[in-house]
Design a protein around this ligand. Structure first.
Ligand code: ATP
Ligand code: MG
Length: 115
């Protein structure tokens, strides 16, 4: 399994935004996260991006526990796991007309030149 979230939670002051979320993603799968405004889509993805040091629950990358409590930790797939996580934003002006695969290169540090 590429990615697993187990009982993940995130509380802002006064708001329990993410409550006990489980997610399983296998290699090669494509998922869509759909919800109304304020449903916590961004918060859930921000957890995977290492935005918060105070999320609860567990995240496994490549089957190994990862602590995504900083962007650097998330970028390296939480180091110890050997896996990698990258978040891309489709609506950034910097993304221009780039396709998804090129955007992924951008998120990973653009190992290959972008056209
Ligand atoms: N920094 C913050 N401090 C306090 N509450 C927050 C913060 N960021 C988000 N929230 C609240 O957490 C909840 C989830 O917000 P989030 O932005 O993750 O939702 P979303 O599904 O991405 O919404 P949208 O469709 O508008 O992008 C909302 O109730 C929001 O008001
Ligand atoms: Mg959002």
């Amino acid at each position: 399994m590429a990615l697993q979230m187990q009982g993940v939670g995130k509380r802002y002051p006064g708001t329990l935004a993410v409550d006990n979320v489980d997610l399983e993603v296998y290699s090669g799968e494509v998922h869509a996260l759909v919800g109304e405004n304020g449903a916590s889509k961004s918060t859930l993805m921000n957890i995977l991006a290492g935005t918060f040091g105070d999320y609860t629950g567990g995240v496994l990358v490549g089957g190994k526990e990862a602590r995504l409590d900083s962007p650097a930790a998330a970028r390296t797939g939480a180091r110890s796991t050997g896996g990698r996580l990258a978040r891309i934003w489709g609506n950034l002006p910097a993304s221009g007309e780039r396709k998804g695969r090129e955007g992924t290169c951008l998120a990973r540090g653009a190992a290959t030149p972008l056209r």
